[in-house]
Design a protein around this ligand. Sequence first.
Ligand code: DLL
Length: 435
Amino acid sequence: MSKYYQPEIETMALEDMQKLQSERLVKQVKHVWDNVPYYRKKMEDKGITPDDIKGIEDLHKLPFITKDDLRECYPYGLLATDLKNCVRIQSTSGTTGKRVVAFYTQNDVDLWEQCCARAITAVGGTNKDVCQVCYGYGLFTGGPGLHGGSHKVGCLTLPMSSGNTERQLQFMTDLGATILCCTPSYAAYLAESINEQGIKDKIKLKAGIFGAEAWSENMRKDIENKLGIKAYDIYGLTEISGPGVSFECEEQTGMHVNEDHFIPEIIDPETLEVLPLGQKGELVFTSITKEGFPLLRYRTKDICVLSREKCSCGRTLIKMAKPMGRSDDMLIIRGVNVFPSQIEEVLIAVGKGNITPNYLITIDRVNNTDTFDLDVEMSESMFSDDVKSIVRVENEIKDKLRSILGLGVGVHLVNPKSITRSEGKAKRVIDKRKI
Ligand code: DLL
């Protein structure tokens, strides 16, 4: 087995893990207090100092950090070390306005890659494996994270990045890839292409590590059957490091959190109270080993459940269920984080009396790929215009959205007053994806 199965950590007794977390938390709080004036102010506003945090039992006293804080502090406001100590940035898949930038020291990159190496090891990966990484490379953490983990395990790494299915299949068959890392929707697409081309017997895959978006147990079964592999979930987010915050083991009943690096909590998103194990609420993480960009009590907005039920793999690391949705309005479309507010901004910019602010986003999944359509009501004056000018406005909206989101959107100007008005909160999104 690869040296990234670390039983001294992964099967540690609960008391020992809590002791380790407490030591690291105390140190981390001091590091953040000393180096991040923004967070120090938040602590002062709550009337606490690092002396009040003696261990994980005091974690609940710390203030939360949210995406809004990250935006306010963009780009350097939450950096906890001199910039010269940082060697990398990564960023969430989002827009210029909403972008979140995370900084890493070399040590941060090493620890992150170790987390991914644990995930690859947990699916049976060793230095005999050929690991095909088709998450996007670049600012997105998927490619770089799994790539680094694959190197650490000693797999032959195929740094494919996303897209170009023909080339993916050629390398997969010619080089005998045994582990596939990509989003579950791309895995399902690859599986279909393999079956269509009748090349299943040329495939040597045994396991897949699929995450970055929600997927169901049905989708897991479908991918497993079509590819003849075991499909494992992996979770993470840029703000906390990237993929590998938690990973699935052979039991496939939820993801073990790398608790020696990230302390998870579940809170009630309304009252902000910490909820007991087993209750559903918003997932919050505290980074206890990061140097460059250590976030304390970061609200992920992912709705989830934690469990300490005994796992047959022997790991004692706490488990999180598959995330069950979000407590904010963020959508993940083809892996890109999209906020309805970004669409509103574009509509306002393009508006000029041609369109109204009434719109409806429809998302679906066709052939395992997300479709993204936007209906926008025209104004009465535009309604009487010729088709040419309607198409011009549609294209303008389309181009602006593509440049901001990096996504193709089907834009349709619809008749005035044709979008159903709501009596309560406006319903702007119809998500037909069955996931
Ligand atoms: O998606 C990191 C990642 C890359 C995870 C590759 C796994 C594999 P972000 O772009 O910052 O980072 O998006 C983070 O994606 O808050 C969740 O809402 C969602 N997400 C990530 N993994 C899963 C998963 C990467 N396994 C946001 N299941 C998170 C459901 C997931 N949702």
